[in-house]
Ligand binder design. Structure first.
Ligand code: HEC
Length: 286
């Protein structure tokens, strides 16, 4: 019988197809009004699913983009230099992480004279912020605030709609943030119907909620040099920086997923032992 070897994936796809057919009428959204949000297309990520892991090479490329391009506006204030060489991360050696730290100027103090001073970073320091405070950041960016990257990949989320969210439970989908960041970086375009910005200094982006974003397209093809043969395109940059930001938001994902697996295996074995114990204990009762 074919049902016997139907995998969850196949059943899922069949269900999805049936649901799509049945709900075609229901889900046909009304014509998209200007300013409505467009859902970011899902990308494939090395860190998705229960066995997912970050790709260290990708995180290093994402870090390069952050340092060379985004760090002049966006802080990364919850990440410390020592995180760069921790398990499950970008895989820098301790010496490389220390060298990166020393390349940054960190504010310290007050010294004996009561003054703040700058010194080279240490492994225990967190990434210094590009602006001393939010007002300074806004003043430099036409009133808009470039959000801190530390948690951004987890802070951007949206409804994926029925029936997708049901399958998301099975596949443990949690990549809304990276999908959105990739879409945002590749989503700069001419306004669809020639709309004008509501105020000067805003840029049209297909995926930004409301479409008009204060950040000009931050990165162009070929802007950051890759030495590992990866294509230097905005599409690839978008994936790499999104992966890096996901790591920044959840640096211990590898450990979390590993623990989850061990717990599941333990429960399976424990469940089997309980089952046989139960059979043994009750075997005399007929
Ligand atoms: C010149 C300053 C500047 C640079 C450089 C810059 N950004 Fe931004 N970014 C901003 C500002 C300002 C905003 C806030 C935009 C708004 O709220 O309209 C922003 C917002 C964002 C957002 C949040 C969008 C949202 O949903 O709220 C993301 C993601 C982002 N930037 C990614 C990047 C990435 C990735 C880079 C590097 C490749 C980068 N930015 C480089 C200024 C900058």
């Amino acid at each position: 019988m074919t049902m016997a070897n139907t995998t969850i994936g196949r059943a899922g796809r069949a269900l999805a197809a049936a649901a799509a057919l049945g709900l075609a009428g229901l889900s046909a959204a009304p014509a998209q009004a200007a300013g409505e949000t467009v859902k970011p297309p899902a990308q494939s990520w090395s860190f998705s699913g229960p066995f997912g892991k970050y790709d260290a090479g990708q995180l290093q490329r994402g870090f390069k983009i952050y340092s060379e391009v985004c760090a002049s506006c966006h802080a990364l204030s919850l990440v410390a230099f020592r995180n760069l060489h921790e398990y499950g991360g970008p895989g820098f050696t301790e010496d490389q992480a220390r060298a990166i730290a020393e390349d940054h100027k960190v504010q310290d103090g007050p010294n004996d004279a009561g003054e703040m001073f700058e010194r080279p970073g240490r492994l225990s320091d967190r990434f210094p912020k590009p602006f001393p405070n939010e007002n300074a950041a806004r003043a430099a960016n036409g009133g808009a605030y470039p959000p801190d990257f530390s948690l951004l990949a987890k802070a951007r989320t949206y409804e994926r709609g029925f029936p997708t969210f049901l399958f998301d439970i099975v596949t443990q989908y949690q990549e809304q943030g990276p999908d959105y960041i990739h879409a945002l970086l590749t989503g700069y375009a001419e306004p669809k119907h020639g709309e004008k910005p509501p105020r000067p200094g805003l840029h049209y982006n297909t995926y930004f909620p409301g479409h008009w974003i204060a950040m000009a397209q931050p990165i162009q093809d070929g802007q950051v040099e890759y030495t590992d043969g990866t294509p230097a395109t905005v599409d690839q940059y978008g994936k790499d920086i999104a992966a890096f930001m996901m790591w920044a938001a959840e640096p211990h994902m590898a450990a979390r997923k590993g623990t989850g697996m061990v717990v599941l295996i333990f429960l399976l074995i424990f469940g089997a032992l309980l089952y046989f114990t139960k059979r043994r204990v009750w075997s005399a009762v007929h």
